[in-house]
Each structure stands twice: as structure tokens, then as C-alpha cells.
Design a protein around this ligand. Structure first.
Ligand code: TXA
Ligand code: MG
Length: 324
């Protein structure tokens, strides 16, 4: 895998922690990179028109440079700065959902630098609904590109401490907010053709989208075809521990192990998280993965859930985490 040939050398820097969106926005205005909360996961932002700042994101995250970034806007009007056209399907989704944990892929405007989209002629656009994210975006006075604020390959950060764990001394600032409300990344929908295609599932579910446009489909990777979303190629969301998906409890545990799910298991695990709902499971799963790594857990048993609503997104992340 080719890693970041951006030419930017990362020197150790002081990472400022602040609760002020105005102070955090100052770093963006000076060409820096800032982590901030959204309702899905924490993002690592840079001015969408600042190539040098965007290069720093790839460097700080050690992100492969063929993986495009999502642009975040503070208002629907800002979308016009980023895209050639808002397609009729996208317009319907914007009216129905924005601001939302939903990213729409649209034809890119000429003036958005290619480093932002990894040379694609499309761009993913999202308007977060988290109020601190909105204040921050408004203070920045420009849309921001922002991938999840984790080291590439690690679970996405759902609180600012997880960002600090991965990126302290690698980024300019962390805007400290609460733990995220959803805990899984946004739904990504390709709106460039007649049929909207879900490239990544999230809190806005297939069912939600079909209520607006019934033809919406889930994208399936076809062997030998160019992958529509480059992120689908990369290893993702993985703790160091082995992740095993289970649907019953007829197994023996041997090594240091953990459990997360909805049922109460009979086995004695070193670490256990029993969730009261699929929503809580989704919100907690990445934090539990990180906690397991800190505790030196070797195997994490994850109970499978029904693949409706956010359950589809949760199962997608669990499957990816379990791939070796
Ligand atoms: O919830 C989220 O989406 C979070 C917060 C910070 O907004 N961001 C996030 O970004 O998860 P990231 O970079 O970790 O994941 C973006 C995904 C990647 O899988 C990428 O390949 C895909 O979206 N993507 C971005 N732009 C795309 C495009 N133009 N066409 C297809 N896929 C795209
Ligand atoms: Mg990510």
C-alpha cells in the first residue's frame, strides 16, 4: 500500500486542547488541522481550499493518499462552493435530512483541490447536526475536509481522549466536546447517477433513504470492477485484538477475552459490555475496542445483531473489524 506522498514533513507540535469553537477555528484560518466532535465520530478538519493543510491531514493520520476526504459544511448554501451541480436525488435527500449523519457524493467543483478527493472528480459533502460542530464550522468561515480523527486503520474516535491517544503532537488543536451521540461514521450515498447507491451504511438507514427515494440501493462490490468508494478497499476499524462474531454462546473461551453485545453471556470474560439497545451497542463499540487494546485483551467476542436500521451499519463495521 502506498502511504502519503504529500511531501509534507511532520514535525512534533504542541496539540492545544480547547472547548472554544472560536479558538479552534483560529488554527484552521492559520492553515492548521483541528479535531472536532460531530454526531457520528470526531473528525480531523482542514480548510477544503488549502492544499498544504490537507496534506498535513494525510500525514498526521498516515492515511493512504488514494482515500478521498469528506467535505463538511456549516450551511446548505456552502454546498454550492464544492459541487458542480446538486443532482435532483441529492436535493431530495438534503431537504429530507440535512443537517444529518449523511454524506452525499456529487460531481466536484473545479476549484476544490484534487488532493481533497484523491484525484476523483466527485466529492462527498455532509452537514453535521452536532451543535458544537456547527458553531465551529461557522467560525471557520469555510467548508472543511475531515476524515475521522484516528490513526489510519484504528477504530474511529468517539471521544476527544481517543483523538488525543492517536494524534497528540501530530495536530494543532482538539476541540473538546462530549462523546459522540451515534458512534459510527455517516452513511455515504453516491448521488451522481439515476439510482442512489449506499457506499457505506450509517445511522441514516436504507429504509430511511428509501422513504424518500424508493430506488435507493446498497452498493455491492463486483469482482474486477473499479471500487466506487476507495475507502472500501482499506482495512478499517480494527483493534489489535482478534474480533470474533458470535450468534450463540456455545463456545469456550481460552485466552484473555472480552464480550460486547445485547445478551448476558454465561462465560466469564475479562471485560464485558452488555448494551440495552442496538443504538447503545453502536455508540459504544469503538470505545470498547480501544479499551480492550489498552487492557491487552486478545479476543473480542461481538454478538451479531439484526441488520435493520443502524444494525446494518453496526454489522458492517463488526465484519470489517473481524477481517484479518
Ligand atoms: O461520519 C463521518 O463521515 C466522519 C465524520 C468526521 O464526518 N468522517 C469519516 O471520514 O468517516 P473518513 O474519511 O474516515 O471516511 C470517508 C469515507 C471513506 O470510506 C471514503 O473512501 C469515502 O467516504 N469517500 C469520500 N469521498 C468519496 C467520494 N468522492 N466517492 C466515494 N467515496 C468517498
Ligand atoms: Mg475513517
Amino acid at each position: 500500500m502506498r502511504l502519503c506522498v504529500t511531501g509534507v514533513k511532520l514535525t512534533k507540535m504542541k496539540t492545544v486542547l480547547t472547548e472554544s469553537p472560536i479558538e479552534a477555528a483560529e488554527y484552521i484560518k492559520r492553515g492548521g488541522i483541528v479535531a472536532f466532535p460531530t454526531e457520528t465520530v470526531y473528525g480531523l478538519g482542514a480548510n477544503v481550499f488549502d492544499e498544504n493543510a490537507i496534506a498535513k491531514i494525510f500525514e498526521a493520520k498516515q492515511r493512504p493518499n488514494d482515500n478521498p476526504l469528506i467535505a463538511h459544511v456549516g450551511s446548505v448554501a456552502q454546498i454550492n462552493l464544492l459541487v458542480k451541480e446538486i443532482t435532483p436525488n441529492a436535493q431530495k435527500f438534503i431537504e429530507a435530512f440535512f443537517p444529518a449523519p449523511l454524506t452525499l457524493v456529487l460531481p466536484k467543483a473545479e476549484n476544490v483541490p484534487l488532493i481533497a478527493t484523491a484525484n476523483l472528480d466527485t466529492i462527498g459533502v455532509r452537514m453535521p447536526r452536532n451543535s458544537l460542530a456547527q458553531k465551529f464550522l461557522k467560525s471557520c468561515e469555510t467548508p472543511l475536509v475531515a476524515p475521522s480523527a484516528n490513526l489510519s486503520g484504528k477504530p474511529s474516535p468517539t471521544d476527544w481522549r481517543a483523538v488525543y491517544e492517536d494524534l497528540n503532537t501530530r495536530i494543532d488543536c482538539i476541540l473538546q466536546g462530549a462523546a459522540t451521540e451515534i458512534g459510527l461514521e455517516s452513511t455515504v450515498v453516491d448521488c451522481t447517477s439515476q439510482t442512489p447507491l449506499i457506499l457505506r451504511s450509517g445511522a441514516i438507514s436504507l429504509e430511511d433513504l428509501r422513504r424518500i427515494i424508493p430506488e435507493t440501493e446498497l452498493y455491492q462490490i463486483v469482482k474486477d470492477e473499479a471500487v466506487k468508494s476507495p475507502g472500501l478497499r482499506h482495512r478499517h476499524y480494527s483493534p489489535r485484538a482478534r474480533v470474533v462474531l458470535i450468534s450463540d454462546f456455545r463456545f469456550q473461551i481460552s485466552d484473555s477475552s472480552a464480550f460486547i453485545g445485547l445478551s448476558k453471556p454465561e462465560q466469564k470474560f475479562n471485560l464485558m459490555k452488555i448494551c440495552r439497545s442496538v443504538e447503545e451497542y453502536a455508540r459504544e463499540v469503538f470505545a470498547v475496542f480501544r479499551e480492550c487494546d489498552r487492557a491487552g485483551i486478545e479476543t473480542i467476542y461481538c454478538e451479531t445483531v439484526e441488520e435493520t436500521g443502524i444494525g446494518a451499519a453496526l454489522m458492517d463495521r463488526l465484519r470489517r473489524a473481524s477481517e484479518i
